[in-house]
Design a protein around this ligand. Structure first.
Ligand code: TLP
Length: 343
């Protein structure tokens, strides 16, 4: 049985163009700075988001950690959303490996942090307190409906942070989805942040890797962070080559995924007992009505039996993520499967 895998856009396999790029990649030792394919990817990535420089890293988690280690010293504090990936799903790496204290403040349902909450979390200069060094944002926001943050909102946060001597890091794992959903230029979405990490291996369909972008001096320091984490790879052009295809061919097409997410939402909304959360990109959350006579686990298992995989979140929601390998027919299969399970 063909599985319709809606668990995540991380499950995407390379496209034929990516396989060809892997087979033909020109390679060298990237630790000597001699892998031409990695160098090209880094240059393209920096230009694409409008920053001076970029460094290729193994994963989004590594990219966020390298960025945090670069912005913050031991004992510094980083203001993060309480539903952010960095806070919830990265093993507390900033604290465990960097001695950085996270200060989680509430993510609003749209993924934003209130400016008043950020202001309230910035520490006074007092020897009792850690020093606040950084504010982290996430765009699109994974746990908050996959919703995008606008350039104007990001600018406001950056103005506030910069006025108090703090830096801003953006977890832009899916920032190209944000750009497509808002009809915005990705450069505007990241223009005011000091660093941005984006993933090649999610909606952009590459098999491995993320990129951290920022000023030349920031990236030079981030390379040291990547090295100490064991993330400096050798002939990494094998991995960078499909990343180049991702940047060249895949950033615009994510709006097709968003259209399929709307189709899925339209189908699910018709099914009694299902409520769909607000959404705008390739991530769609839905939930069972409060009086449902079926459990979350039963729904997930029933769908799997019908060839549809998705995630049941701890908070009772279901998450379906649309990606390159999901077709219109797959959306129909998914809607039909949910209808059957709910019946
Ligand atoms: N998110 C994954 C899982 O960790 C849940 C997913 O399936 O959505 N930032 C954001 C916003 C992310 O969603 C993720 C991955 C990461 C960072 C980490 O990226 P990787 O998995 O490459 O380390």
């Amino acid at each position: 049985m063909k599985m319709v895998d809606l668990r995540s856009d991380t499950v995407t396999l390379p496209t034929p163009a990516m396989w060809a790029a892997i087979a033909n990649a020109e390679l060298g030792d990237d630790v000597f700075g001699e892998d031409p394919t990695v160098n090209r990817l880094e240059q393209m990535a920096a230009e694409r988001v409008g920053k001076e420089a970029a460094v290729f890293v193994a994963s989004g988690t590594m990219g966020n950690l390298v960025s945090l280690l670069t912005h913050c010293g031991r004992g510094d504090e980083a203001i993060v959303g309480d539903r952010s990936h960095t806070f919830m799903f990265e093993q507390g790496g900033m604290a465990a490996l960097g001695g950085i204290t996270p200060w989680p403040i509430p993510n609003q349902p749209d993924g934003t942090l209130r400016l008043e909450d950020i202001q309230g979390a910035i520490r006074a200069d007092n020897p009792h307190f850690p020093r606040t060094a950084l504010v982290c944002l996430e765009n699109t926001h994974n746990m908050c409906g996959g919703l995008p943050l606008t350039a104007e909102y990001t600018d406001k946060v950056a103005d506030l942070a910069h006025s108090q001597g703090l830096k801003v890091h953006l977890d832009g794992a899916r920032v190209f989805n944000a750009a497509a959903a808002l009809g915005a230029d990705v450069q505007d979405l990241v223009r005011s942040v000091d660093s941005v990490m984006f993933c090649l291996s999610k909606g952009l369909c590459a098999p491995v890797g993320s990129v951290v972008c920022g000023s030349a001096s920031f990236i030079a320091e981030a390379r040291r962070g990547r090295k100490v984490l064991g993330g400096a790879m050798r002939q990494a052009g094998l991995l960078a080559a499909p990343g180049i295809v991702a940047l060249e061919e895949m950033t615009e097409r994510v709006s097709e995924d968003h259209r399929r997410a709307r189709d899925l939402a339209a189908g699910l909304t018709e099914i009694p007992g299902i409520a769909v959360d607000p959404f705008a990109t390739n991530i769609l959350y839905f939930r069972l009505d409060d009086d449902a006579s079926i459990t979350q686990d039963e729904v997930v298992a029933g769908l799997a039996e019908r060839g549809v995989q998705l995630m049941g979140r701890l908070d009772g929601r279901f998450r379906a993520v649309i990606h390159y390998w999901i077709s219109d027919e797959d959306i129909e299969t998914a809607v039909a499967a949910v209808r059957e399970v709910m019946a």
